[in-house]
Design a protein around this ligand. Sequence first.
Ligand code: DAH
Length: 338
Amino acid sequence: MEKVEKTIEQIYEEAFKEIKFATDSESIKALSIRYLGRKGIITNFLRNISNLPPEKRPEVGKRVNEVKKSLDKAFKHALKRLETKPSQKDYRIDVSLPGRTIQQGSLHPITQITWQICEILEKIGFDIAEGPEVETDHYNFEALNIPKNHPARDMQDTFYISDNIVLRTHTSSIQVRIMEKLTPPVRVIAPGKVYRCDSDLTHTPMFHQVEGLMVDEGISFGDLKGILTTFIHHMFDEKTTLRFRPSFFPFTEPSAEVDILCVMCRGKGCRVCSHTGWLEVIGAGMVHPAVFENVGYDTTRYTGLAFGMGVERIAMLKYGIDDIRKFFENDSRFLRQF
Ligand code: DAH
């Protein structure tokens, strides 16, 4: 008797272990037959109850029926679980499959070029300054010696917010804001967005510039040439040929434009350089005394140099891109290349 009771408990325990370790519904079905089937372990057990002394039979019979019911429930439960859950087979990892790459973002090419420009100029000794994109007529034009009738003020070029407020058309406005705050020596660069009513292959209504300003006693055009030559050689390559061509800006005197030998045709003349062999990259000059007077600097003591460049233009020349709009279309196939 003792032996039989122990055995049913053992069977019960083993059956539960097997259910626990089964990994698919097929093995549960097989287990169910092995234990509860017509010739199953439990069924046989019940049959053999007649071998027990009559007084023990009801008690043991009751227990075996309990076990039977409990196992039946456990099998059904396990079947449900395994049929809704993918079998362990599906979890196996095929190490020969190519891995799933994590898409990684990167800096926009314009940001990269802006940072490169700033890094070179910071090494030369410039600090970084910023100013507002929504600017007053005073800082954007008036204080920079751009008179009321200057073509740059034309409604076609400038986004006017009101009579007196504009979206800055250049970062030169920061020059005035900086000089109002600091006494020389001043050595700053100002990167930022600028806005003009213009849109074609080489112009977008919003683009980026980096402005440079250096004011101290004894600053000369030679300093301007030295700084910009060093800059160009670092930005492009050391062998880049450049020239300073006389030009006009209301806020500098003398004014110059810095051209580099066309990076596409090396000076032979092509579509990119409009068959001139040269590409204009920087506007520059010596700060006009009228600008100094507007900020209260002593024009007999100080001289200064200033320059401004378009970031998109430099990026286009560096990477050989012929349409400025590509930078702002947000096509990741284009942007991913940088
Ligand atoms: N502000 C000019 C422009 O938008 C560029 C420029 C020219 C900046 C000469 C300067 C400068 O500081 O000295 O085209």
